[in-house]
Design a protein around this ligand. Structure first.
Ligand code: DX5
Ligand code: ZN
Length: 217
């Protein structure tokens, strides 16, 4: 069964505490927080103050997906705000190894993220030091986009590398996840699924979390 991390990008921002506690009670495994800077991606969203505000109201793992240029400037502040895991894009800095080292030094789990157009060869040297790899299954920046089917092959190839080298990182997928696409990702080796609009776009988010779990059971 896959672990589910609802993305609050599709939650009701005027009722964030309610929407977070609702998915926690529904059995979510983590909470996905999309941080955007209007430069690395063409959109703006949350910052570390949102992470700090949510920390006391949930015990869910706070999975912070940084879609920002030169994220090494901010990883310390996200760790201090209460992040449990910080994801940084390989495309967002020439100092990706350093950024991951800083995350680990802050006592937080480190994740590297790859865009749909980025080959796995670009993260090969990072795999021994990461706790999680996020394979983007849409172009980052917006919720509600269609899943890119070609990414299933990439997930499979990453899972093969993981087995071959006996790595222990989780494989997360993000973008266009629903009860159908989650199964393809899970079968290919994904262990964690982010879901924004599928969960929060429903009148019954708890049922949608259940649907993702049942689809991969
Ligand atoms: C996109 C974000 C996603 C987004 C996914 O840049 O990284 O986390 O919230 O939204 P859905 O699940 O609606 O595709
Ligand atoms: Zn995300």
């Amino acid at each position: 069964m896959i672990k589910v991390a609802p993305s609050i990008l599709s939650a009701d921002f005027a009722n964030l505490q309610r929407d977070v506690q609702m998915v926690e009670q529904a059995g979510a495994d983590a909470l996905h927080i999309d941080v955007m800077d209007g430069q690395f991606v063409p959109n703006l969203s949350f910052g570390m103050s949102t992470v700090a505000a949510l920390r006391p109201v949930t015990s869910l793992t706070l999975d912070c997906h940084l879609m920002i240029t030169a994220p090494e400037r901010f990883v310390g502040q996200f760790a201090k705000a209460g992040a449990d895991l910080i994801g940084v894009h390989v495309e967002s800095t020439p100092h990706i190894y350093h950024a991951l080292q800083l995350i680990k030094q802050a006592g937080v789990k480190a994740e590297v993220v790859v865009n749909p157009g980025t080959p796995l060869t670009q993260i090969a040297d990072l795999l021994p030091i990461v706790d999680q790899v996020l394979v983007m299954t849409v172009n980052p920046g917006f919720g509600g986009q269609a899943f890119i089917d070609a990414m299933v092959t990439k997930i499979k190839a990453l899972d093969e590398l993981k087995r071959e080298h006996n790595y222990h990182f989780d494989i997360e997928v993000d973008g266009g996840i629903n009860a159908t696409t989650v199964k393809a990702c899970y079968d290919a080796g994904a262990t964690v699924a982010v879901a924004g609009s599928f969960v929060y776009g429903s009148a019954d988010p708890a049922q949608r979390i259940e649907d993702l779990k049942v689809a991969t059971n």
